[in-house]
Design a protein around this ligand. Structure first.
Ligand SMILES: Nc1ncnc2c1ncn2[C@@H]1O[C@H](COP(=O)(O)OP(=O)(O)O)[C@@H](O)[C@H]1O
Ligand SMILES: [Mg+2]
Length: 360
């Protein structure tokens, strides 16, 4: 059974609490990505599940078992690290079978399992090579194979693609996705890369400072970020934030320099009380240029930079004192100094309470 649960887990290194009272409930067969910047506690949490990190408080459950104090090898998990961790003097075949040989598994069973892993990962041709004779992508494939032969219910990946160049990273990412579709096993995957998180995950746990900020499907995280942190962290370039004060409950807001913005139609409109300090979050692709929002209001903006990024372009513009980014399919016709009118549909944007940072 591939259900994984962390109940009120706390981890401390000396006096420093890295994770406090963390709860995470992962369904059987689910692909969960732990996403967050370096040092936020992703590996620590993954290691707690793997049994490589002792927890100060709380419980870890895998399937029907409380594994809080179980040895890593008894937890039914297979782990893949960023550093591959292959034995340099062994061939691929020996690397794959090593753990099973140590566990004194019958030879025929070892051969069967290695053959299955080799066929799933299509590494037949590499069996007699040593790690030094493999590319980074091939090494990581072997490392995944080493987890595969253990025939586990739960796979744990810690930034497995971070050492690879961009092209290989994309290729292997697709392979990991296929692997999940094929095996249907529970997978928990740590990364700081949003694209990996968005493309691989059934659900993303966005972490900051040891706390899960939001645990939801990628689309939900992107379109309805739970708070200001998630809104700013997920998406590139970042969501634009316009500070304002609600002037007419559920309807209108005013920016610091007195510009009026309509929020009519915002899904949380009934929670927009007059006087509330807010930040309106607008994705770069959500701006309507020179158009009219549903309400007929628009913000005056002036173009500062036009960036062509290939498939699409970014226009950076000043709205009052704030710089915003605007994504456009075609940058023809835009130039520095140009005046634009920007609007948005309030039904699609996010609004955050300035004091709590929570989504309104
Ligand atoms: N063995 C350790 N001793 C002391 N501090 C540690 C140890 N391992 C991790 N940390 C600290 O715990 C925090 C979380 O680390 P980690 O889980 O590795 O972050 P991430 O994987 O998200 O980059 C960091 O501040 C890190 O410095
Ligand atoms: Mg890490």
């Amino acid at each position: 059974m591939g259900v994984v649960k962390a109940n009120n887990v706390s981890v401390a290194f000396g006096a420093v609490k890295v994770i406090e009272n963390l709860n995470l409930d992962i369904k059987e067969g689910e692909f969960v990505v732990l996403l967050g910047s370096s040092g936020c506690g992703k590996s620590t949490l993954l290691n707690c599940i793997a049994g490589l990190q002792e927890i100060a408080d709380g419980e870890i459950w895998i399937g029907d078992d409380n594994v809080t104090w179980a040895e890593p090898k008894d937890r039914g998990v297979g782990m893949v690290f960023q550093s591959y961790a292959l034995y340099p003097r062994m061939t691929v075949r020996e690397n794959l079978s090593f753990g099973l040989r140590m566990a004194k598994m019958p030879k025929a069973e070892i051969e069967k399992r290695v053959a299955r892993a080799v066929s799933i990962l299509q590494i037949e041709k590499l069996l007699d090579r040593r790690p030094a004779e493999l590319s980074g992508g091939q090494r990581q494939r072997v490392a995944i194979g080493r987890a595969l032969v253990r025939d586990v219910d739960v796979f744990l990946f810690d930034e497995p693609l971070s050492n690879l160049d961009a092209k290989l990273r994309t290729e292997l990412r697709v392979e990991i996705k296929k692997l999940h579709q094929q095996l249907g096993s529970t997978m928990i995957y740590v990364t700081h890369d949003q694209i990996e998180a968005m493309t691989l995950a059934d659900r993303i746990a966005v972490m900051n400072k040891g706390i899960i900020q939001q645990f939801a499907a990628p689309k939900q995280v992107y379109t309805r970020p739970a708070n200001r942190f998630v809104a700013g962290f997920v998406g590139s370039p970042s969501m634009n934030f316009i500070k304002a004060t609600v002037s007419d409950a559920g309807q209108d807001a005013k920016t610091a320099d007195g510009r009026s913005i309509s929020l009519k139609g915002y899904e949380g409109g009934d929670r927009l009380a007059a006087g509330k300090q807010i930040e309106i979050g607008i994705r770069p692709e959500q701006w309507i240029i020179d158009g009219q929002s549903a309400s007929g209001q628009a913000l005056d903006a002036q173009v500062t930079v036009v960036e062509n990024t290939g498939a699409e372009s970014l226009i950076w513009a000043k709205v009052g004192d704030e710089t915003v980014s605007v994504k456009v399919a075609d940058d023809t016709g835009y130039h520095e100094g140009q005046k634009l009118r920007l609007s948005f549909n309030p039904a699609f944007v996010s609004v955050f309470d300035t004091s709590s940072g929570e989504r309104v």
